[in-house]
Ligand binder design. Structure first.
Ligand code: FAD
Ligand code: NAD
Length: 465
């Protein structure tokens, strides 16, 4: 096969890689992207999008079940609800197909050449791709490593028929009667809640003494209450041991040494993800590492000239929007623009029930950084829109410097609060002060009014509480 030469080669077409390639193509950079699976990477095919589709379907189903049980204050009735999970999965697959075809189309429109196959470095400027029709050698002035991450497997619970990763859980065609979930982080709680709503008896086993360790307990309390209301058993401070000898149950040990036998039809292991740092010829290069991740600087440059890295392979937080922002920046740098990482905050959203959003510093983080702070918190129970949505659980909390009122962090928990993350991020990115948020007219009736009220509260004169 004839060698390809290009200015920019991107390895991996997940959110980091495909955004980098699209932007580079838009800027007229001669760009090639290599992907061994499907465009869109983890996020579009087996991550963000499919999980949110299943979470939404589970929500709708749970609401219908509640109506059928007469638990609907609005007087809506339903009869004998049922779910055909195979059909739900087909609907979800339809969304991922549309999106991945869309990504391929956008790459094409930007003039990017797509090569399908596994890429492997031969040296810092040369990559060989195993394609279906043979080896394709690509020589590039610049290479971006965007190989993403993969689920962590526990040695005593190898993935298989019964023990599944998020990928397996997102392709089940029947609702497991009993589901054990190992790990109460992002995926364990998002999918654990969804399967509980779909009808599974869910037990969650978490090694630490709290759920969602990334967020403070005030934010996670409403989620803990919802788990309890759905009958989900949460075993905190508990370590998994493996499968029982007949393979029917998950064995675990609590902090006090009590043996637990959790009968399960499926076991979902969600104990984190690991960067994909093998399988693409790292051994041919001399790349510095930062723990298990590739080390990068504020321009996403690795320790080798002309080699960049973006996305999950470069560190926490392993989030799609961080990967995309890095990819866009690197494309501009390669095209000759002066850019470096200048983001004030990366929003984190957990699509639990209710949803949690955190942007910037939490009160504890601000105090630990030596800041004197003001905190304003406004509950959705005092927000008219939340009442009309039957979504009164939760609050918005703003953290600001006590001296000049510069907003350091904004957090919240509540149904649908993920959509407020944009306002929260914008406020921090624009360097807003409490007065800016309080002085902005927020449309009525919307949940966003809780944001303005939280700023007013911090200023000492909330209006609706
Ligand atoms: P990836 O998306 O992992 O893409 C890497 C790509 O590189 C893959 O397509 C892979 O096939 C390809 N590749 C690897 N090696 C090679 C090679 N040698 N040759 C060719 N191709 C190669 N994040 C959020 O922000 N919000 C969410 O709601 C969210 N939900 C998630 C839900 C689940 C169940 C999971 C698993 C993850 C979720 N994430 C979410 C995380 C998000 O998916 C990742 O942060 C994001 O996909 C990282 O993008 P990336 O480009 O770094 O890597
Ligand atoms: P996670 O890091 O969010 O949570 C893992 C949990 O497993 C932690 O609570 C940890 O204490 C626990 N744990 C670790 N080892 C254990 C063991 N042996 N037994 C019991 N518990 C154990 O990891 P995840 O849920 O697998 O998600 C991986 C990553 O994917 C996330 O960190 C995030 O970057 C990304 N993600 C993001 C979103 C989102 O943005 N909404 C959704 C899903 C995934």
């Amino acid at each position: 096969m004839k060698e390809i030469t290009c200015k920019l080669l991107v390895i991996g077409a997940g959110p980091g890689g495909y955004v980098c390639a699209i932007r580079a193509g838009q800027l007229g950079v001669d760009t090639v992207i290599v992907e061994m699976a499907k465009p869109g990477g983890t996020c579009l095919n087996i991550g963000c999008i499919p999980s949110k589709a299943i979470i939404h379907a589970a929500d709708d189903f749970a609401k219908t079940v509640a109506m059928a049980a007469g638990k609907n204050a609005m007087g809506i009735k339903a009869d004998n609800p049922a779910i055909d999970l195979a059909k739900t999965m087909a609907w979800k697959d339809g969304i991922t197909v549309r999106l991945t075809l869309g990504v391929a189309g956008l790459l094409k429109k930007a003039g990017v050449k797509i090569v399908v196959g596994r890429a492997k470095f031969r040296d810092g400027k040369t990559v060989a791709v195993e394609t279906e029709t043979g080896e394709q050698v690509i020589r590039a002035e610049n290479v971006v490593i965007a190989t993403g991450s993969a689920p962590v497997e526990l040695p005593m619970l190898p993935f298989g028929e019964k023990v599944v990763s998020s990928t397996g859980a997102l392709s089940l065609t029947e609702v497991p009667a009993r589901l054990a979930v190992v790990g109460a982080g992002y995926i364990g709680l998002e999918l654990g809640l969804a399967f509980a709503k779909l009808g599974s008896k869910v037990t969650i086993v978490e090694a630490l003494d709290r759920i969602l360790p990334l967020y403070d307990t005030q934010l996670t309390q409403p989620v803990a209450r919802r788990l309890a209301a759905l009958g989900v058993e949460v075993l905190l401070g508990t370590k998994v041991k493996g499968l029982s000898s007949n393979g029917e149950a998950l064995l675990a040990e609590t902090g006090s040494g009590e043996e637990k036998r959790i009968a399960a039809d499926k076991i979902l292991v969600t104990v984190g993800r690991k960067p994909v740092t093998e399988g693409w010829g790292r051994e041919e290069l001399e790349l510095d590492m930062d723990g298990r991740f590739l080390r990068i600087d504020e321009q996403c440059r690795t320790s080798m000239r002309g080699i960049y890295a973006v996305g999950d392979v470069t560190g926490e937080p392993m989030l799609a929007h961080r990967a995309m922002a890095q990819g866009e920046m690197v494309a501009e740098i390669v095209s000759g623009k002066r850019r470096s990482w200048d983001k004030r905050a990366i929003p984190a959203v957990c699509f639990t029930d209710p949803e949690i959003v955190s942007v910037g510093m939490s009160p504890d983080e601000a105090r630990a950084a030596g800041r004197e702070i003001k905190i304003g918190q406004f509950p959705f129970s005092a927000n008219g829109r939340a009442m009309t949505l039957s979504a009164e659980e939760g609050f918005v909390r703003v953290v600001a410097r006590a001296d000049n009122h510069l907003v350091l962090g904004i957090q919240g928990v509540g149904a649908g609060i993920s959509e407020l993350s944009a306002a929260f991020s914008l406020a921090i990115e624009m360097g807003a002060r409490l007065e800016d948020i309080a002085g902005t007219i927020h449309a009525h009736p919307t949940q966003s009014e809780a944001f303005a009220e939280s700023a007013l509260k911090a200023l000492g004169h909330a209006l609706h509480i």
